[in-house]
Design a protein around this ligand. Structure first.
Ligand code: TXA
Ligand code: MG
Length: 345
């Protein structure tokens, strides 16, 4: 199959809708990462998504909604009551935007989308192209990140093409994603709500908008067994070359490795040193993280060494992604880098 890449326009959105309505899949930009969309209420389209990604069918998908009004999703049969008041408070505050809510599955949502669970993850994206696509379609889209299973999420159209060339008919190119890491996933099945995946919206701002403290689920992040959030496996978002997280800010540059710094390159102009943010802003780091990992990984280095993540409102999300992407830790012993693989248990 030939994969076409078309810039977002009225015509390309119309064409995307035609492809989606006949049950096929289309990649499109969101404010977080590119999604691989298919009709969310159609089992055959959902199966196509799992096939194109090579994703296990035990890992449920997010249903992307055309409207930020949660009541509409309830009336349409995509979410079932009772819906806690917390959910309405969160959607009023953060939708459209990078927040995914886990609620009770509506009767029209097919089990393949939820991987058999009685819950469904829903979000209304803010990206203008995603909103245009969803409102032209007038139906919800199942959409995981548009990468092959276990790979780094794509944050621009060339990255989607690198991942899914020949497997999907169309990529809508809306340029680089402004946020660069995935949405925050919050379970409202639990009381108080629990953050299953830290993301663009911090635990602090969620807690603040609810007036209660929201915990980040830790049981899921550091092991390799699927649990209540089946997609949260420890090894995920991984480059092909092993990635090592440095315990202290990198000051020593060995030509054997590729180095990724959080701040500016300052003294080092060597071609094996890369910066995530010339301005030190966590938002810039998030926006550049996956693109930089992908670029550095394409050089196929023996190892990639990464600066520690400084504290900020995005630190949880960045540390979560880097932990999953990493093979272990690196320390400088005064003369050389010591790379310690993460133990498997
Ligand atoms: O930013 C995002 O969320 C992007 C864009 C495309 O919207 N999507 C995305 O989807 O990251 P995906 O499939 O790569 O990640 C969805 C996460 C997985 O960890 C999955 O296990 C979890 O959401 N999830 C989905 N349904 C769930 C459910 N019913 N209960 C718990 N976790 C669920
Ligand atoms: Mg993903």
């Amino acid at each position: 199959m030939k994969t076409r890449v078309l810039p977002v326009s009225r015509e390309s959105i119309k064409e995307a809708c035609e492809i989606l309505r006949r049950g096929d899949v289309v990649a499109f930009p969101t404010e977080t990462v590119y999604g691989l969309g298919g009709l969310g209420l159609e089992t055959a389209a959902i199966q196509k998504i799992f096939e194109a990604k090579g994703r296990p069918t035990t890992d449920p998908l997010i249903l992307h909604l055309p409207s930020p009004d949660l009541q509409e999703a309830i009336s349409a049969g995509w979410v079932t009551e009772p819906v806690p008041t917390f959910a309405f408070a969160l959607t009023k505050h953060f939708w459209p935007g990078p927040l995914t809510l886990v609620l009770k599955r509506g009767r029209l949502v097919p089990y393949p989308l939820t991987a058999g669970l009685e819950t469904v993850a829903v979000r209304c994206p803010a990206h203008p192209a995603a909103r245009q696509l969803l409102s032209s379609l007038g139906a919800p889209l199942a959409a995981p990140s548009a990468n092959r299973f276990g790979h780094i999420s794509p944050t621009d159209a060339p990255a989607v093409l690198q991942e899914l060339n020949g497997k999907i008919p169309l990529i809508l190119d809306g340029g680089p994603c402004p946020a660069g890491i995935e949405s925050t996933v919050v379970s409202l099945i639990d009381d108080p709500p629990v953050i299953l995946r830290p993301g663009v919206i911090s635990a602090e701002s969620i807690s603040e908008s609810l007036g209660i403290k929201c915990e980040i689920s830790t049981s899921l992040s550091q092991k390799n067994t699927p649990s209540t959030s089946p997609g949260m496996l420890a090894s995920h978002y991984a480059p092909q070359s092993p990635l090592y997280l440095c315990r202290e800010p990198i000051r020593h540059f060995d030509p054997k490795y590729q180095f990724i710094l959080f701040g500016p390159r300052e003294g080092s102009s060597a071609s094996n040193v890369h910066s995530l943010s010339p301005d030190h802003r966590p938002e810039t780091v998030a926006r550049n993280l996956y693109r930089t990992l992908r670029k550095v990984d394409s050089l196929r280095p023996t190892s990639i060494l990464m600066d520690p993540v400084p504290d900020s409102h995005l630190a949880h999300a960045l540390r979560d992604r880097l932990f999953r992407a990493s093979s272990g830790n690196a320390t400088w012993d005064g003369t050389r880098w010591i790379l310690t693989p993460r133990s498997q248990n």
